[in-house]
Design a protein around this ligand. Sequence first.
Ligand code: 5AD
Ligand code: SF4
Length: 432
Amino acid sequence: MNVYDSEVLKGILSQKGYSIASKPEEASLIIVNTCSVREHAETRAIGRLNELSRYKLENPDVKLAVIGCMAQRLGERFLKEVPALDLVLGTEELFKLPDYLEKKGKNPTVALSFSELRKFDSLPQRKNKFSSFVAISRGCENFCSYCIVPYVRGPEKNRKVSEIIREVQCLTESGCKEVILIGQNVNSYKDNGCDFADLLKEVSKTNIQRIRFMTSHPKDLSQKLINAMSDLEKVCEHLHLPLQSGSDKILEKMNRKYNSSDYLRLVDSVRNKVEDLSLTTDLIVGFPGEKEEDFQKTLQMVQRIEFDSAFMFKYSPREGTQAFLFEDDVPNGVKLERLQTLIELQKKNAQKKNKNLIGKTEEVLIDGKSKRDKASWKGKGRRNKTVIIPKGENDISLLGEIIKVKITSADSFTLFGGIEKDKCSDKNLINM
Ligand code: 5AD
Ligand code: SF4
């Protein structure tokens, strides 16, 4: 969501005549968009802002802004952490940044209102991207006990179907091939009797070629949505379904509203309907009260389900959340050990899953050159896995193409393969 907000703000600023500076010393305006989900992210943001403050000290005309969740959470308090700040704009006020810049005055601006939500429909379109985020909702009201999001992003607000379709159409016209529909919990989307499964159907009718979505809360994953995933060809075979913990006791304390059996049933239903589904998840270790036996239950679930990949986190107490009131009783060393054990297990599972794809064909949307090897193209398969393809003898640009790739090798994070000559989606590529 932060990446999306940054893209939208970039669009708003470019309409006002701003362009991106190639380095901070050339910038007249420096903006840091922030995350509050874990303390580590906040510590890094403060460090980065204080480091960037020197450009303002060198040139007092430079403006320094902090936006997003952490700005929303700290408000005025941010000015104590980073005295050079000119603007502190919360998660909804950030879209009005150009208006605040025009305001004269010496004092820094702090704006945190939720009521002035800029209408989604006036957001400028983003160009030249082959894969684009499209927010279908903002905010969250699930109040998982560890999570700061409902406090910094406010209650859930759903965007109109017609506006979402309009944005998808605009993106398609500018060359976009894939949209990623995002929301804190896309499964609870509602607009005038239209739910998320209906929305997927509508988006499928546009000229967009691939559709992804995230994040899904297990408590709202309906059979209707599972059916839509299986019926709609454009919807990719990937589901991000955060489990958080394998222990029912911890899930209850987390206020997740499902237990491990519910989760397993869902996994079975989706895997039965969606062939070769890639299933990914989020997991937290060291939540208050997590005993060794609870952690073992998480390991058992991970072993049994075999996720394709997982984001794994050490619990980080967040002031203002319900869990902040619980005693953070798992020592940091134990949290780290558990995290390491979990990462090792997940890595082994991911490697096994990826190796199973050797010899199979993935449909890959090429989005650039490989960072590791500049001579190779990289892209995402339908199952959200990164695929690396060595550049052929022919130096044709594959950027933005959707091509069929035969997987020849794999590690825990990446697939490697070559273009299937007879299966290129674009006639120009057949000579490769
Ligand atoms: N500590 C650790 N991880 C957290 N997450 C959210 N809040 C916290 C926290 N306080 C994780 C959850 C969520 C992901 C986006 O971040 O796993 O799904
Ligand atoms: Fe946070 Fe839970 Fe909402 Fe996700 S569903 S944003 S974890 S409160």
